[in-house]
Design a protein around this ligand. Structure first.
Ligand SMILES: C[S@@+](CC[C@H](N)C(=O)[O-])C[C@H]1O[C@@H](n2cnc3c(N)ncnc32)[C@H](O)[C@@H]1O
Length: 296
């Protein structure tokens, strides 16, 4: 982890992007109607965001990226809502404060079909401070769950083959490129083994056709093949490389057929205007890459 001052210089925007994201403002007002307009919730947002930042200096926290609903950009969003209304279950893996799940609920999905899961369990109390919905939320929160951990998805786990849909928002890029195929396969093991089950999400991507790799300055150093400590690689996927990743993750499931989709959308520059950020990523041609893999 980099120190706070360095993290702040690249990944910190003071004011919440309330005017760029009316959906997020509407979501908070849905749960907290006492906040009559966007401006009135600024202090609350800053307070919650600062507490989250002190837990971990994630770029998506400092830059307010969590204030955007990646899931809604996908053409399958109406299908997701309908499937939840029909009684299916979604897992939001790496859910942070569970914003996307709450958006699904506001848009008509029953909360009983929403499972939030994260490595960190301190996000959930914070999310109740923000939304105050602990009495009405009938879904699930599982903290302390590491997607690298075989016990989470292996034989005997309650999560194995349980979920109709798994959402991974700004998640897969947290892992070194040579681990990502395994991570995707771990997630597949949590999906119900039936036609239509799917994993979908978004990631920090690139417009470059074959992806773009650089060193992740926000991740802890790891030992390389020569035994030296170095920052792990960070990969920006293109639509092509993310489809390859999804296909490779199920290549050993020979009796199954999958369809893979990827699209690029613009990266949210409203929440990433720092000069240090722009300089750091100047060669990356950053876009957002949305993707979905669905079992046929
Ligand atoms: C960049 S945030 C994305 C949050 C949210 N999904 C979004 O789209 O804004 C990544 C989240 O993944 C969680 N996470 C990181 N490593 C994880 C792991 N190994 N297993 C499960 N969750 C993890 C972090 O705690 C964090 O909440």
């Amino acid at each position: 982890m980099i120190d706070e001052a360095t993290a702040k210089s690249k990944y910190w925007v003071e004011e919440p992007p309330i005017h760029a994201h009316p959906d997020a403002v509407a979501l908070i007002r849905h749960y907290r109607p006492e906040y009559k307009d966007a401006n009135s919730m600024v202090d609350l947002l800053k307070d919650i965001r600062l507490k989250a930042w002190k837990i971990k200096y994630y770029p998506c926290v400092g830059l307010w990226h969590f204030f955007k609903f990646g899931m809604m950009q996908l053409p399958i969003y109406p299908e997701i809502i309908q499937r939840l209304k029909d009684g299916q279950r979604i897992l939001d893996m790496g859910c942070f404060m569970g914003m996307d799940g709450r958006k699904l609920i506001m848009d008509g999905a029953p909360s009983s079909g929403v499972t939030n899961m994260d490595l960190e369990d301190r996000w959930f109390p914070l999310s109740y401070d923000l939304f105050k919905d602990q009495d009405e939320f009938k879904g699930e929160f599982f903290g302390g769950c590491d997607i690298n951990d075989e016990e989470l998805f292996g034989e005997g786990s309650i999560h194995r083959h349980r979920y109709d849909m798994i959402y991974i928002g700004y998640f897969i890029h947290l892992f070194p490129p040579n681990r990502q195929q395994k991570i995707m396969n771990n997630l597949v093991q949590m999906l119900r083994p039936v036609a239509g089950s799917m994993i979908f999400g978004n990631t920090a991507g690139t417009a470059k056709e074959n992806g773009y790799k650089m060193k992740a300055d926000f991740a802890p150093p790891v030992r390389n093949e020569k035994g030296e400590m170095e920052r792990p690689d960070f990969v920006f996927h293109s639509t092509k490389t993310v489809v390859d990743l999804m296909a490779d993750s199920v290549m050993e499931n020979e009796d199954e057929e999958w369809e893979f989709l990827a699209q690029k959308t613009s990266f949210d520059t409203d929440t990433s205007p720092t000069k240090a950020f722009a300089l750091h990523f100047k060669d990356a041609e950053i876009v957002e890459v949305d993707f979905c893999m669905k079992r046929k």
